[in-house]
Design a protein around this ligand. Structure first.
Ligand SMILES: Cc1cc2nc3c(=O)[nH]c(=O)nc-3n(C[C@H](O)[C@H](O)[C@H](O)COP(=O)(O)OP(=O)(O)OC[C@H]3O[C@@H](n4cnc5c(N)ncnc54)[C@H](O)[C@@H]3O)c2cc1C
Length: 412
């Protein structure tokens, strides 16, 4: 009976560790299996390390460009080795904290590869665990180009970037989705020559078309070479030929064309959550699914915000305008340059766009400093069906970017 648990969870990423923490908090016995690092992709090879490196890159770029606001800084350097060391420390600190929290809650951690071998049965390293409920939260892995697999030297995925020993000079990124855009910004901020190729006719094709257009403009201003409707024709001897005939010699190719779910062989009844179930591949959605599964709170029709980091941030939630029937909605677009705070901060790029139907917000799209925070004002309103008339009664502080949310509502 020693190996009997209420919950057996495979994968200790956001989906798995959130399930484990809530279930254990509810007094259930929990065993959590992880074959690599506790915290999963998000903490070790995704959200956290990317945003840590991005913070350094952002600061470097910002400080280099503050002359016009009276801050003169000479001899600014981007110490790549130190940045990576700092990133490792951040990841380690958070991982150690997570392990401690799991242990304090009484979660049994087994750092081994695990498999569901029969109904209510998990095997790991020759041991058998009987689990009343089995949750599979095995995540995802980078998708490779069809004809050119990762060689981890010239053809890289995002995992490989976290082990780079030196900052590249010239980078080719395949894919202008969230991952491609964030890395393009990081590399460009740190003085690299960056080309991004995208097979679709616009960058960030899952987003609102106005957002994509603005990204194209931002990339142009920042001299990021974006080639849409373009693919890779050939990679040979570290030389890349594109479908438009261009030949490039980058230091490496970063393939950022999405991820594949990891679905282990499943025997018996299990629940699959997070990236493994192949829906929205976001840490916040993985954690939401975990909460919905074990917290007992009723969740209906969740609105999931998406954020792309860098300067300015990009965030959206709900419907895209191009997907709505013509004439079925109201729309406002508030330019960020109308905000006092944006001028104080020298960050006037972007807009706040709101789509409504019968006084209820059905979509919001933001390009702005602090977009990652602002989007939650729309998320709260949408999730709780707060009408635009009710939002108009709220008093917003000044000067803030939140005033832009208010103004965008007032324009409706
Ligand atoms: C570069 C990058 C940046 C990102 N940035 C963001 C962001 O800013 N915001 C955001 O919301 N999302 C971001 N994501 C996506 C986010 O990381 C994932 O959506 C999230 O990690 C999914 O959580 P998960 O628990 O489903 O899976 P994962 O985090 O992938 O965890 C699954 C775990 O299961 C383990 N595992 C797999 N098979 C087994 C097995 N048989 N036995 C034991 N263990 C196993 C794996 O080792 C892994 O640790 C980013 C991803 C990448 C790659």
């Amino acid at each position: 009976m020693e190996n009997f648990y209420d919950y057996g969870i495979i994968g200790a990423g956001p989906a798995g560790f959130t399930t484990a923490l809530i279930a254990a908090g509810n007094g259930k016995s929990v065993v959590l299996f992880e074959r690599d690092s506790i915290g999963g992709v998000c903490l070790n090879k995704g959200c956290i390390p990317t945003k840590t490196i991005m913070h350094s890159a952002d600061l470097y770029y910002e400080i280099k460009n503050t002359e016009n606001i009276g801050v003169l800084a000479n001899d600014i350097q981007f110490d790549f080795a130190k940045v990576m060391e700092h990133k490792n420390k951040v990841v380690e600190t958070l991982r150690n904290g997570l392990v401690k929290t799991l242990q304090t809650k009484g979660v049994k951690i087994v750092e081994k590869e695990a498999h569901v071998t029969a109904d209510k049965t998990i095997e790991a390293d020759g041991e058998t665990y009987s689990c009343e409920k089995i949750i599979v939260a095995t995540g995802s892995e980078p998708k490779a180009l069809k004809d050119y697999p990762f060689d981890h030297e010239f053809i890289l995925n995002s995992d490989d970037l976290f082990d780079l020993k030196q900052k590249p000079q010239k980078v080719l990124i395949v894919g202008a989705g969230a991952e491609g855009i964030e890395w393009a910004r990081i590399f460009k901020d740190t003085d690299c020559e960056v080309t991004v190729v995208e097979a679709a006719s616009r960058p960030l094709s899952i987003a609102d078309e106005e957002v994509s257009k603005y990204i194209e403009r931002l990339f142009k201003t920042r001299k990021i070479n974006l080639k849409t409707s373009t693919t890779i024709s050939k990679i040979k001897n570290k030389q890349v030929t594109l479908s438009d005939g261009d030949v490039l010699n980058p230091d490496f190719v970063l393939v950022a064309i999405g991820r594949n779910s990891i679905k282990p062989q499943l025997n018996g009844k299990v629940t699959v959550i997070g990236d493994a179930c192949g829906q929205l591949m976001l840490a916040n959605f993985a954690m939401y699914q975990a909460r919905a599964l074990v917290s007992g709170i009723r969740f209906d029709n969740v609105f999931v915000p998406s954020v792309i980091y860098g300067t300015p941030e990009i965030a959206w939630i709900g419907a895209n305008e191009q997907d709505l029937p013509l004439g079925s909605y109201q729309k406002s677009v508030f330019p960020v340059r109308m905000l006092g705070k944006a001028h104080c901060d020298n960050e006037i790029e972007g807009f706040i766009k709101v789509l409504t139907y019968e006084n209820k917000i059905i979509g919001a799209h933001i390009i702005s400093k602090e977009a990652s925070a602002l989007i939650h004002q729309f998320a709260i309103a949408m999730q709780n069906e707060i009408s635009t008339e009710e939002l108009k009664k709220v008093c917003f502080a000044h000067p803030t970017y939140s005033e832009g949310v208010y103004e965008s509502i007032m324009m409706l």
